[in-house]
Design a protein around this ligand. Structure first.
Ligand code: MG
Length: 282
């Protein structure tokens, strides 16, 4: 694959992504897929989806796990409901995450990703050790499928994420770096964070946001790519310095406004194409 192919975050019937047709209409050659609902994760659906990708000439680069009951309404709600951190749902979600990895394998995809949730800061806390353990379990399952697991960034500072990755001690654990999430959650300046975790970054989200007036307590504001505080050109230049050559996957999370969403993804693709030319000279 060429260096830095443009991508877009998509979904079939669950999650915030756009429909596959949007990628096709915008001429975007790669996608990440939000895992479909359990009833859609069948071999028949997988085959139909693969056939469709083949017809459209689109490459699937990652499957993202997501779970019933997760809500991104505000930061306290994310803490309570997202990922593998909440103890009440952990066992069931771990089982489901393995099932999603197996579905991704049927789709021929060697990258599975997720928001693990708000990892506790205190490494001596039992909850921290539990999240390390469950992440190891999922990594080991993915390893049997020859897959990597990518952790979505944003809920932790770069230092906390590095510590967590080192504590999990698995060779197939990497990072999906989302610069806008660092701003939305108030977890650190994105470029500085990217430099810190850079050696683990194997996929990225091209998304932009503006800082909240009280970062970490309230959400920042997600905005169209190039209109926020990320500094997209510097983001790409830093990826180039790090030797990153994977896809540039656009994420725009306004599913209630599909027309605007599609338009803004189109602008983002144009912006990324121009910057690619400027930075890579091709
Ligand atoms: Mg993201």
């Amino acid at each position: 694959m060429e260096k830095w192919p443009i991508g877009v975050f998509t979904s079939i019937d669950a999650g915030l992504g756009v429909k596959l047709e949007v990628a096709h209409e915008l001429g975007i050659p790669t996608i990440q897929l939000h895992a479909p609902r359990p009833e859609t994760r069948t071999p028949e659906h997988a085959k139909r989806f693969l056939d469709r990708l083949g017809e459209l000439g689109i490459t699937l680069t990652a499957v993202f796990g997501g779970f019933e009951g997760e809500s991104y309404a505000d930061i306290p709600t994310v803490k309570r409901t997202v990922g593998l951190v909440p103890p009440e749902t952990r066992a069931e979600r771990t089982r489901e995450m393995k099932e999603i990895a197996d579905f991704a394998r049927v789709l021929g995809c060697d990258v599975v990703a997720l928001h693990v949730g708000f990892i506790p800061h205190d490494r001596d806390e039992p909850l921290y050790r539990d999240v390390v353990k469950v992440t190891q379990e999922i990594c080991d399952h993915c390893a049997k499928n020859n897959q990597r697991l990518h952790l979505e960034t944003g809920q932790e500072t770069a230092d906390a994420l590095l510590q967590f990755i080192q504590d999990v001690e698995r060779e197939n654990l990497f990072v999906n770096f989302d610069p806008a999430n660092m701003i939305l959650y108030g977890s650190g300046e994105p470029i500085e964070a990217l430099r810190k975790v850079g050696r683990y970054v194997r996929s990225v989200h091209c998304k932009d946001a503006k800082w909240a007036s009280h970062p970490g307590q309230e959400w920042g504001q997600e905005v169209p790519l190039g209109q926020g505080d990320v500094n997209v050109e510097l983001f790409l230049r830093t990826l180039a310095e790090l030797g990153y050559d994977g896809p540039l996957t656009i994420e725009r999370e306004i599913p209630h406004e599909p027309e605007r969403q599609k338009r803004e993804i189109g602008y983002a693709a144009t912006l990324l194409t121009e910057l690619k030319k400027k930075i890579l000279g091709s």
